[in-house]
Design a protein around this ligand. Structure first.
Ligand SMILES: Cc1ncc(COP(=O)(O)O)c(C=O)c1O
Length: 398
């Protein structure tokens, strides 16, 4: 597949051919194959799945479960470990709530980092048990300071929960540095793959986390669907997160028993059409090849990083190494929200603000940054237009 310009695969560019979309980290644009599959599902295939003893239902049930297998294959794991939830956020809330019920005591500790998105912080604030959060600090390149890991682990440490790739700096976590310590101390590992999984091959056999979460909407897929990988041990030992249809074994008025396996965590009608649509997003990812996508995006990143670093009084957050294609910056005297609004007038979409990472903003001593993030559809021309536009805007403001 020719990856140098894939805009023709994204229908939004038919209506708005000059759109320069640099906010893929928030949510990716939608690929034609996914839109067609979702449309076809609702138009021709739709019925509620599981338990329907008629053809429409059984056919769609098969497609839905085939999609679970496709997700598992993409991650190099088993479909028995894939749980469909509404978002990565819900996936982390599910793990936090289930851990709190049976595996955490008041005074226990979990290790996170200053790079975490609020989705991997607040669920831990909300649980009933009063745990202590031990944050890993950052080094001079704003990468996780792995040296702190040994000091922060103790007998009360019950989980290490880290982002796989920062949504602000793009920094990719080096799990070679984490795994030895995790294995030696037998501490469960949760990885937030929201920013990594849409851009590079994920191999869960190699990473070997206890939990891995990401959202379909950041992978050219539908909103309303998150993927939670959970190891067998936790599937067996956790109690259900929510109750309702489908997750049961037997129900009386006063009590119930629950399904075993991943079904225990999928109460109610699942996100049927999003799962069918996401299966087609994965076809697109596989056809394009995630590692080719990564190289394409990193070429654009390096080109943009070099051009941006030439601006007077620009501060680029994080380093340009060991990372994915995200750049956060501030230009002295230009408020990030003004820059975002003025770029919008030029049909360029970037994200500004705290990016749901207030602890990291506090570490940088800023209220927010401008962030550009690349997707498979971006081109060198997009970067040229962005940089020329920032030049024009800074001339007006400064
Ligand atoms: C690193 C990271 N984690 C978690 C999330 C939450 O994802 P969602 O809002 O799809 O649940 C995001 C979203 O931006 C993210 O970037």
């Amino acid at each position: 597949m020719n990856i140098s310009n894939l805009k023709s695969r994204f229908p939004v560019f038919k209506k708005n051919p000059n759109l320069v979309f640099l906010d893929t980290a928030a949510s990716a644009l939608k690929v034609d194959e996914m839109i067609d599959a979702t449309n076809n599902c609702y138009t021709n295939e739709y019925a509620n799945i599981h338990r329907g003893n008629y053809e429409l239902s059984s056919k769609l049930t098969k497609k839905f479960e085939d999609a679970r297998k496709k997700v598992a294959d993409y991650l190099n794991t088993s479909e028995n470990n894939i749980i469909f939830v509404k978002s990565a956020t819900e996936g982390i809330n599910l793990v936090a709530s289930c851990m709190s019920k049976r595996f955490l005591e008041d005074g226990d500790e979990i290790i996170l980092s200053y790079l975490e998105h609020h989705a991997n912080l607040i669920p831990w604030h909300l649980i009933e048990k009063k745990i202590k959060i031990q944050p890993l600090g950052l080094n001079e390149n704003s990468e996780i300071n792995y040296d702190e890991l040994n000091d922060k682990i103790n007998l009360k440490t019950k989980l290490i929960a880290l982002t796989h790739m920062s949504n602000v700096t793009g920094s990719i976590t080096n799990f070679d540095k984490v795994k030895d310590i995790v294995n030696k101390n037998k501490i469960p590992l949760l990885l937030d793959g929201c920013q990594f999984a849409p851009h590079k091959k994920v191999d869960l056999k190699v990473l070997d986390p206890d939990f891995y979460v990401f959202s379909a909407h950041k992978m050219y897929g539908p909103s309303g669907l998150g993927i939670l990988f959970m190891k067998d041990k936790w599937i067996d030992e956790f109690s259900p997160y929510q109750g309702g249809g489908q997750m049961i074994h037997d129900v009386d008025i006063e009590k119930s028993t629950y399904a075993s396996g991943y079904e225990k965590f999928e109460a109610g009608t699942p996100p049927i059409a999003p799962v069918i649509g996401f299966s087609s997003s994965l076809n697109f990812m596989n056809e394009t090849d995630p590692n080719v996508i990564f190289d394409h995006e990193m070429k654009l990143h390096d080109y943009a990083y070099e051009k941006l670093s030439k601006f007077n009084n620009i501060k680029l957050y994080g380093s340009n190494k060991n990372k994915g294609a995200i750049i956060s910056f501030n230009i002295e005297g230009v408020h990030n929200s003004d820059l975002g609004a003025m770029l919008d007038k030029k049909n360029i979409a970037i994200r500004t603000g705290h990016h749901c990472c207030q602890p990291l903003m506090k570490h940088f001593n800023v209220a927010g940054t401008s962030r550009i993030s690349f997707g498979v559809y971006n081109t060198k021309e997009d970067v040229d237009y962005l940089v020329d536009s920032i030049h024009e805007i800074t001339k007006i403001i400064l």
